[in-house]
Design a protein around this ligand. Structure first.
Ligand code: 2HG
Ligand code: ZN
Length: 474
C-alpha cells in the first residue's frame, strides 16, 4: 500500500481508537512482530489496540475498505508463529490486550462471559472467586489470552478430563472481515438451531473472524486435590500407571503428564529455585493430579494405594506427594517450565503431536530412533499430556552444533517424526495449531475434500484474504 494511503488509513483508525489504541513507533511495535520462539522477525507499521468491540469493528471496516491485512494477536505465545505479521510490513497487528473485562460469572448457570483480552489466569481466578473452576490450564496461562486460547483451540493439562477449549465454549462474539459484529453470546446448554457457527471460529487461528468475547462453561471447584511426582521405570511403565489410575477411579484424574530425564535436567539446570523432590534423578517421570468436588473422597489415600502397589510391582521407583499448596505448585512448576528451560538450553525443534494414548511408548521410541539416525547427537526431549495422547516430541540441538544450522534441519526432522506419527494414526498438530510453521503439511495430511471444504469456508468468510494471511491454509 502506498505510504500516503497508509497514513490516511492510520489517521482514520486513530480517530476511532484514540492515542492509547494505536502504536506506530517501531520501538513500541517490535515486540508484537516477533514470536515467543523467535522463529519469525516480522515487521508492522502499526499495532491497533481497540478498547472494545465497537471500536474493533470500526477498525475492521476501515481495514476491509483499504484492503489491508490484519493479524490478530492475544498474548503472543504461539509456538507456530500464528500471530506474527509478515516481514514486508504490509500487515497491521490487531491486539486484543486492552479488551479485558470479565462481563459476568454465574455460579448457577456455571458460565462466565468475558472479553477476548482477559488472560487465562485472570479468567481462572475470577471463576475461583465465584466458587467455580475454569478447567483449562496451559503453561502460558499467565500471558495467553482467552481470544487466542479459543482461536487456537488450546488443550493443555486438563484435556484428559474436560476436553479442549472447544469443549468449553457455549457462545462467542465475533467481528467478521467486513466489520460486521456477530453476537452469539448465548449461554445455553441446548441450542439446535442450524449450523454451529461458533465452532468454526474456534481453532481457525484468526483466519475466519476475530473472536472478541466468549461464554465459557465452568465446573464445580474441587474440594480435594492430590498431586504426585513419580520416577517411573519406562514410558511403558508410565502408560501402565495411567491404566491403573483409570481402573481405580477414572473420574478423579485431572492431569497425567509425562516428562523425560533430559527435559527435567534442563529445568533443574536453568530454572532458578527448581529442585527435584525425589531421592535421585530418573530417565522418566510422571506428574499425576487427582481432583474431585465430592466431599471426603479420600483422594490422598487413593493416590497412595495405587502408587504403593505400582512401586511393589516395579513400575514406580520413587514418588513425592504434595503435602501443601506450595509443594503442589513447586511440582507443577517442574512441568510448566519445560518450554522455558528448553529455550535457555539452546535451539529446539518442536513437534506437537498426538497419537492414541496406547501408542505413546511406541511414538517416543520410534521417533527418537528416527531423529538420532538423521542427526546423531540430537537430544530428544519428549514431554506432555500423556493422558490425552499429546506429546511434545521436541528436539534440542546437539551440544556442539550451531543453533541456526540445527534449525535449518527443521523440516527434515519434523517430517521424520511425522512419518512415525502418521503410521500410528496420529496428528501433526495436537494443540498448538498450524500457524505459519505448518501450512505446508496441510495438503499431505488434510488434502482432498477436507482441505477443499476449508478453502471454501475461508473464501466465504474472508473473500479478500485479509484475515491472518499465510496462516493455517497452504
Ligand atoms: C506445554 O505443554 C506447552 O507446556 C508447550 O504446550 C510445549 O514447548 C512446548 O513444546
Ligand atoms: Zn502442551
Amino acid at each position: 500500500m502506498p505510504a500516503a494511503e497508509m497514513s490516511e488509513l492510520l489517521a482514520a483508525i486513530a480517530q476511532r481508537v484514540g492515542p492509547a489504541g494505536l502504536l506506530t513507533d517501531p520501538a513500541d511495535t517490535a515486540a508484537y512482530a516477533e514470536d515467543w520462539r523467535r522463529l519469525y522477525q516480522g515487521r508492522t507499521q502499526a499495532v491497533v489496540r481497540p478498547a472494545n468491540t465497537a471500536e474493533l469493528a470500526q477498525v475492521m471496516a476501515l481495514a476491509a475498505k483499504a484492503r489491508i491485512a490484519i493479524v490478530p494477536q492475544g498474548g503472543n505465545t504461539s509456538m507456530v508463529g500464528g500471530a506474527v505479521p509478515a516481514e514486508d510490513g504490509s500487515q497491521i497487528v490487531l491486539s486484543l490486550a486492552r479488551m479485558r473485562t470479565i462481563r459476568a460469572v454465574d455460579p448457577v448457570d456455571m458460565t462466565m462471559t468475558l472479553d477476548a483480552g482477559v488472560t487465562l489466569k485472570a479468567a481462572q481466578d475470577a471463576a475461583a472467586a465465584a466458587g467455580c473452576m475454569l478447567p483449562l490450564s496451559i503453561s502460558s496461562e499467565g500471558t495467553a489470552q482467552i481470544g487466542g486460547v479459543l482461536a487456537t483451540n488450546a488443550g493443555g493439562n486438563n484435556t484428559v478430563r474436560y476436553g479442549n477449549a472447544r469443549d468449553l465454549v457455549l457462545g462467542l462474539e465475533v467481528v467478521l472481515a467486513d466489520g460486521a459484529v456477530w453476537n452469539g453470546l448465548r449461554r445455553l446448554r441446548k441450542d439446535n438451531t442450524g449450523y454451529c457457527l461458533r465452532q468454526l471460529f474456534v481453532g481457525a487461528e484468526g483466519t475466519l473472524g476475530i473472536i472478541t468475547a466468549a461464554v465459557l462453561k465452568l465446573v464445580p471447584r474441587p474440594r480435594e486435590v492430590a498431586v504426585a511426582l513419580c520416577a517411573v521405570a519406562s514410558v511403558e511403565a508410565a502408560l501402565a500407571l495411567f491404566a491403573r489410575f483409570q481402573a481405580h477411579d477414572p473420574a478423579a484424574i485431572q492431569a497425567f503428564e509425562y516428562m523425560s530425564g533430559p527435559g527435567m535436567g534442563f529445568v533443574l539446570r536453568h530454572i532458578p529455585g527448581a529442585s527435584l523432590p525425589l531421592a535421585a534423578p530418573a530417565d522418566h517421570y510422571v506428574l499425576i493430579e487427582l481432583a474431585t468436588p465430592r466431599p471426603e473422597a479420600g483422594l490422598r489415600a487413593s493416590l497412595e494405594a495405587v502408587l504403593g502397589q505400582a512401586m511393589e510391582d516395579g513400575l514406580v521407583a520413587d514418588a513425592a506427594l504434595a503435602e501443601s499448596e506450595a509443594q503442589r505448585a513447586a511440582i507443577w512448576r517442574l512441568r510448566e517450565e519445560h518450554s522455558e528451560a528448553q529455550k535457555r538450553e539452546g535451539a529446539s525443534i518442536k513437534n506437537d503431536v498426538s497419537v492414541p494414548v496406547s501408542r505413546v511408548p511406541e511414538l517416543i521410541a520410534r521417533a527418537s530412533a528416527a531423529c538420532l539416525a538423521l542427526l546423531p547427537g540430537v537430544r530428544p526431549v519428549p514431554f506432555g499430556h500423556m493422558g490425552d495422547g499429546n506429546i511434545h516430541f521436541n528436539l534440542e540441538q546437539p551440544p556442539d552444533m550451531d543453533g541456526a544450522a540445527f534449525l535449518a534441519c527443521d523440516h527434515e526432522i519434523m517430517d521424520a517424526v511425522n512419518a512415525v506419527v502418521r503410521d500410528l494414526d496420529g496428528s501433526f498438530s495436537a494443540e498448538h495449531g498450524v500457524g505459519r510453521l505448518k501450512p505446508y503439511m496441510m495438503a499431505e495430511w488434510r488434502g482432498g475434500a477436507e482441505l477443499a471444504m476449508m478453502q471454501r469456508i475461508k473464501a466465504a468468510l474472508d473473500p479478500a484474504g485479509l484475515l491472518n494471511p499465510g496462516k493455517v491454509l497452504p
